[in-house]
Design a protein around this ligand. Structure first.
Ligand code: BGC
Length: 417
């Protein structure tokens, strides 16, 4: 949030939101695809049953970029919603500016410190106070495949990058789109991230993107990552410009494309379309990343309103999100795994079971990585700059690799400005 001038900030805070009356809560989020809407509907229903009114402010598009832009405008004009979907380091940015209300009392009552892994709760606190409530843990490094298409072509899902290229070649020859990708910067950066994980390995990836080490950001491994990334383009289709992620997943669901590399919210789309894991679609770790877990945690924050206290509706919302029944229901349809460590995984499908095992394994072997493309690793300024560099490189074969590496370094370091 270093981009808010003090004047604008003072204006925003001085005219801070109108209190919502009594039992209603306005919620700004970007869960609008089939699978996402199904998942969040559970929460709306639960709020209703508790006697609260959920006023929906859903802003579709670009994995939250449009929603966050809208939120900034609303917050700066003194009219923030009561709750909003914000995650990762951005929680700190908003919190440090004084916009967010503490939910410590709910956290204490529900014993969040015992329920939520430390790696997660660190994101949720500002100056030691809880200001955000987590929903889930999404794994970003997945490859989704249409089982029937792979069968018809006679190939197995690729486990390494080399296998990916040989499989993709065969799929292309058989007349299918090998890799479904929507040409939006965040989707391209998701693909870039998964290749970087495989090529650089966890330590080098961490050094580059989390420690923001200048040499790692321009290393030979970064060059190789960019080369592999560019090589993948020939396996995407020409209709990708502007296509959103769920329409892109539909290409795999409908058997037009064979594979998509995307976080496990994609599973929500397969399920919403009535497809079954292991039978209709397959989930495999993104090639070369079986030991790693790129994590992405969804959370809601609560905005201070006219009243000095969090409202009853805000508190109820915070409480319901960590309710064990909601944790099960929501994550079953969202594609993620519960964020509470005590939820029984019986009844979750093989993809979710694998995800939980992968999470525990990665935590034990230091292979948990904050997602670069999903606002978990870098702040907003860096994120926007990085999307731009990656997208430009992917879409224009004339863009030079050395220049791109310098721009990647500048984008990642932008956070420090
Ligand atoms: C969010 C997911 C969401 C996806 C696509 C991600 O950044 O964490 O919850 O489903 O964007 O909208």
């Amino acid at each position: 949030m270093k981009r808010f001038s003090p004047l604008i900030l003072a204006f925003g805070l001085a005219f801070s939101a109108q209190a919502s009356d009594g039992n209603d809560v306005e919620v700004l989020h970007w869960w609008t695809s089939g699978g996402e809407a199904r998942s969040v509907d559970t929460l709306k229903e639960m709020m209703k049953r508790e006697g609260h009114v959920w006023r929906d402010f859903a802003v579709a598009g670009r994995a939250g970029e449009s929603a966050i832009n809208t939120l900034r405008i609303r917050a700066l004009s003194g009219n923030p919603p009561d709750a909003a979907q914000i995650k990762g380091p951005e929680i700190q940015e908003w919190g440090k500016l004084g916009f967010l209300a503490s939910v410590d009392d709910v956290a204490k009552e529900q014993r969040w410190n015992e329920l939520v892994p430390r790696r997660v709760s660190d994101y949720l606190k500002v100056d030691g106070h809880y200001v955000a409530v987590p929903f889930n843990i999404h794994r970003v490094n997945w490859l989704w495949a249409n089982a029937d298409v792979l069968n018809k072509v006679g190939v197995q899902p690729p486990q390494t990058l080399d296998e990916f290229f040989s499989v993709a070649e065969k799929i292309k020859a058989a007349g299918y789109i090998p890799l479904a990708l929507g040409n939006e910067p965040w989707q391209e950066t998701t693909l870039f991230e998964l290749i970087a994980l495989a090529v650089m390995g966890t330590d080098e990836f961490h050094k580059a993107f989390i420690e923001q080490d200048s040499d790692a950001l321009t290393s030979n491994k970064m060059r190789e990552t960019l080369e592999v990334f560019r090589r993948m383009k020939q396996y995407t289709d020409i209709d990708s410009p502007g296509r959103n992620w769920s329409d892109t997943t539909s290409l795999v669901i409908d058997g037009k494309a064979a594979m998509q590399m995307m976080g496990d919210w994609a599973k929500g789309e397969f399920l919403a379309a009535g497809k079954q894991a292991g039978k209709d679609f397959l989930c495999i770790p993104a090639p070369g990343t079986a030991n790693q877990f790129s994590f992405n945690i969804d959370s809601f924050v609560f905005f201070k309103n006219g009243a000095t206290q969090t409202t009853e509706s805000q508190k109820m919302l915070a409480k319901l999100i960590l309710d064990p029944n909601f944790q099960r229901e929501f994550n079953l349809s969202k594609g993620s795994i519960p964020v509470r460590v005590d939820i029984d995984m019986a009844g979750f499908d093989a993809c979710a079971q694998d995800s939980m095992q992968a999470f525990l394994r990665a935590a034990a072997t230091d292979n948990l990585v904050a997602s670069l493309s999903h606002n978990m690793a870098i702040g907003r300024a860096s994120q926007i700059a990085l999307f731009d560099v990656i997208s430009r490189f992917f879409n224009d074969d004339n863009v030079d690799i050395d220049e791109t590496m310098r721009h990647i370094r500048a984008a990642v370091l932008a956070d420090r400005l």
